[in-house]
Design a protein around this ligand. Structure first.
Ligand SMILES: Cc1cc2nc3c(=O)[nH]c(=O)nc-3n(C[C@H](O)[C@H](O)[C@H](O)COP(=O)(O)OP(=O)(O)OC[C@H]3O[C@@H](n4cnc5c(N)ncnc54)[C@H](O)[C@@H]3O)c2cc1C
Ligand code: FES
Ligand code: FES
Length: 478
């Protein structure tokens, strides 16, 4: 039995937990405001909000309902565009909330197909803990595509919505309800969720014997949509023991189901990687990052998995478990061949840990894709260098899109050890890297292009990390 709140109504359903939230909303609840566009997480037409209690606070995030299993919203609040209407009373029918009104006022809608998705994402911005700036309002719709209006008028609406939220300094739920931005019933949700959660955790208990592990579903539901609906699923996404980020001495420890957004919001991660948010914004979109887990990225084993490449450079360790026996291995030894892993079928990743960069460590990540946002990489690369600014004491270099697996470039990394940072050394390193990789020509570029890209990305690492040592590389230098 799955229980959750859909807008202001409590739902109990015995439908298969692998069923998609999008289909439940449209075909079982006949709430047609949530649209179906791509069914692959790319267009944002199906965006809804999910609310849950984290650290005693009600937290909302936008998600693509086309990739979200019913099992993953057990015990949560799901908000569709209908749930944002200020009143269901007949005399108020047609009255727009200020978010909808901003879209209307700015002419930010034409055919209207994408509009519910934009409105829900903006409502997510209003409910989030983010600073209520214009930039953050625009960032909240980075997963929504509009094919006919043009984005200028939508950006103007974003400005109005950010202005509307500027005055809020206290509790966001109280602000949006008392200022008639979102409906009154949001006030009661926290109490109702606490009641539901005290009754349910059924899914977690009954899944122990089942085999198909599911994180956020952003890979599995794209690749195996039909199969997943009735599959026996082991839901890992909401498990408390697989969530959370902590620091223990030199170790940064993450639960396997930590999402990209969890990392972006973590003080521990941002202290260790000041550029983490900037890097992460190059990866997928807000509603995908809200559900994409790090373990899912590792196990999907895409040769261009961005977080896999990032964590390979950091010499990350993973703890695998079959529920009884645990073992720890290096992420660098996890990949045995194309989509072949050092993992038994019944093993799942439980924890991930790495040593965050210290005072003498520098870290950089580079990604080249056909468009800046919402695109997979042609080639990506990360590097961690231990240095005094002149000598490389140690280096870890990874590269994606240049072989059948996400690659740790062990020979190039070993070559860089104890070398002085000079252009000659970096040229030699790119030569060695070329001997380690085996890219193929495909839709993301020819073999030659990918080889060239990797050499350029290695140089980009050094230009970024040592701008003073290597000014000759810099095309902007005289
Ligand atoms: C629109 C869109 C854009 C994307 N953009 C990017 C991008 O820019 N860069 C990028 O790298 N990826 C991107 N992705 C891919 C995807 O979002 C990531 O790979 C994500 O991290 C997968 O995590 P998940 O929790 O959704 O995985 P799921 O789909 O739930 O699972 C993926 C695989 O991991 C397994 N699994 C999950 N958790 C565990 C665990 N704890 N132990 C063992 N096995 C487990 C599952 O069984 C499955 O085989 C994109 C996806 C979409 C839909
Ligand atoms: S239908 Fe396109 S993102 Fe879900
Ligand atoms: S208004 Fe038509 S797709 Fe956006």
């Amino acid at each position: 039995m799955i229980q959750f709140i859909l807008n202001d109504k409590e739902i109990s359903t015995e439908l298969p937990p692998g069923q998609l939230l999008l289909d439940f909303i449209r075909y079982h609840k006949h709430l047609m405001g949530t649209k179906i566009g791509c069914r692959e997480g790319d267009c944002g037409a199906c965006t809804v909000l999910t609310g849950e209690i984290i650290d005693h606070k009600l937290r909302y995030r936008s998600v693509t309902s086309c990739l979200t299993a019913l099992g993953n919203i057990n015990g949560k609040h799901v908000v569709t565009v209908e749930g944002l209407n200020l009143s269901t009373e007949r005399e108020d029918a047609g009255k727009l909330n200020p978010v909808q009104q901003a879209m209307y006022n700015e002419g930010a809608t034409q055919c209207g197909f994408c509009t519910p998705g934009f409105v829900v994402s903006f409502a997510g911005f209003c409910l989030s803990q983010d600073h209520k700036t214009y930039e953050n309002a625009v960032a909240s719709i980075d997963g929504n595509i509009c094919r006919c209006t043009g984005y200028k008028s939508i950006q103007k609406a974003a400005k109005n919505i950010a202005d509307l939220m500027q005055k809020n300094k206290g509790d966001v739920i109280e602000y949006v309800t008392s200022n008639s931005i979102l409906p009154e019933y949001f006030v009661s949700i926290k109490k109702r969720l606490l009641e539901i959660n005290s009754k349910t955790n059924g899914i977690e208990k009954q899944t122990d014997y089942q085999k198909k592990y599911l994180g956020g579903g952003t890979d599995l539901y794209v690749q195996q949509h039909e199969k997943m609906v009735n599959a026996k699923i082991n839901f890992l996404f909401n498990k408390k023991e697989l969530n959370g980020i902590s620091r223990d001495g030199n170790k940064c420890i993450m639960g396997a189901s930590v999402t990209v957004t969890d990392l972006m919001e973590s003080k521990i991660i941002n202290d260790a990687f000041p550029d983490f948010k900037k890097i992460s914004k190059l990866i997928s979109s807000t509603p995908i990052r809200n559900i994409a887990t790090i373990a899912g990225n590792f196990v999907n084993a895409s040769p261009i998995g961005d977080f896999t490449i990032l964590f390979l450079a950091l010499d990350t360790r993973i703890i695998l478990s079959d529920g009884v026996v645990k073992r720890e291995i290096s992420l660098r030894n996890f990949y045995k061949g194309y989509k072949q892993l050092d993992k038994k079928e019944n093993e799942f990743i439980e924890q991930i840990w790495f040593e965050p960069p210290g005072k003498k460590d520098l870290f950089n990540f580079e990604k080249v894709s056909k468009r800046t946002h919402l695109d997979i990489a042609s080639v990506n690369s990360a590097i961690k260098i231990n240095t005094d600014g002149k000598i490389i004491f140690n280096a870890g270099l990874s590269a994606g899109g240049v072989g059948p697996v996400p690659m740790y470039l062990s020979k190039t990394s070993a070559f860089l050890k104890d070398k002085k940072i000079t252009e000659k050394i970096i040229d030699e390193a790119t030569e060695i890297a070329q001997s380690e990789i085996s890219p193929i020509s495909d839709a993301r570029g020819s073999e030659e292009y990918k080889r060239l890209l990797l050499s350029q990305l290695i140089k980009a690492h050094f230009i970024t990390l040592f701008p003073k040592n290597l000014c000759l590389f810099n095309p902007l230098s005289p």
